[in-house]
Design a protein around this ligand. Structure first.
Ligand code: UP5
Ligand code: MG
Length: 190
């Protein structure tokens, strides 16, 4: 039977901290549905939607797309899914994003994962990715790091105060990191 209110995990961390990589592993092991805000926005660009060029320019500059646009895409992804347990990856990126989400969805997330990783390691990973992302260049990465520190860290602090934050050491191999994540979901048995 479908839960009326879904179980939601926000997955946060700086650019290249391993959010997407770890979400894939969580999906494989625990069966949650992965909703990547960045992927939803990139899909909007490639589908030539009305907001496509605005989103492209915002991502190119490493800035944050207006909450209204992103929340709408996330809401649709939740509503069209058969699942009732979600990983929302790379969102909310600011207090404004957070407040817009909580207002529109009408609920707070159940838990928040934060992949804590040194800046130099994040830069190295992003610049090595080589998948043609328009924001994977040194200038945009610097801006993404700045925006993360200024606007996303306050969101992380907010959920820490609420006792919902799981801070995960984001250094080491992908498997080592996943062994730090595993107990979070194993204990919830969600
Ligand atoms: N890698 C992963 N784990 C590794 C490990 N342990 N050791 C060595 N290498 C590792 O990993 C990054 C790279 O590192 C990969 O090549 C991976 O193989 C390797 P990944 O798992 O992709 O890290 P992730 O944290 O997902 O990095 P990403 O670059 O996706 O993070 P961002 O937060 O920068 O990107 P996102 O797609 O979320 O957002 C992009 C832009 O969209 C934002 O800058 C913003 O402009 C816009 N946006 C919004 O405006 N609003 C939103 O809500 C979301 C996005
Ligand atoms: Mg990602």
């Amino acid at each position: 039977d479908r839960r009326r209110i879904p179980f939601v995990t926000f997955v946060l961390g700086g650019p290249g901290s391993g959010k997407g990589t770890q979400c894939t592993k969580i999906v494989e092991t625990f069966g949650l549905t992965h909703i990547s805000a960045g992927d939803l926005l990139r899909k909007e660009i490639s589908s030539n939607s009305e907001n496509g060029s605005m989103i492209l320019n915002t991502i190119k500059e490493g800035k944050i797309v207006p909450s209204e646009v992103t929340v709408k895409l996330i809401k649709k992804a939740i509503e069209t899914s058969e699942n009732d347990r979600f990983l929302i990856d790379g969102f909310p990126r600011s207090e404004e994003n957070r407040i817009a989400y909580e207002r529109v969805i009408g609920a707070e997330p159940d838990i928040v994962l934060f992949f804590d990783c040194p800046e130099q390691e994040m830069v190295k990973r992003v610049l090595n990715r080589n998948q043609g992302r328009i924001d994977d260049n040194i200038d945009t990465v610097k801006e993404r790091l700045k925006v993360f520190a200024e606007l996303n860290l306050p969101v992380i602090k907010h959920y820490s105060k609420k006792g919902k934050l799981y801070k995960i050491d984001g250094t080491g191999s992908e498997d080592e990191i996943f062994e730090r994540v595993r107990p979070v979901f194993a204990a919830l048995s969600v």
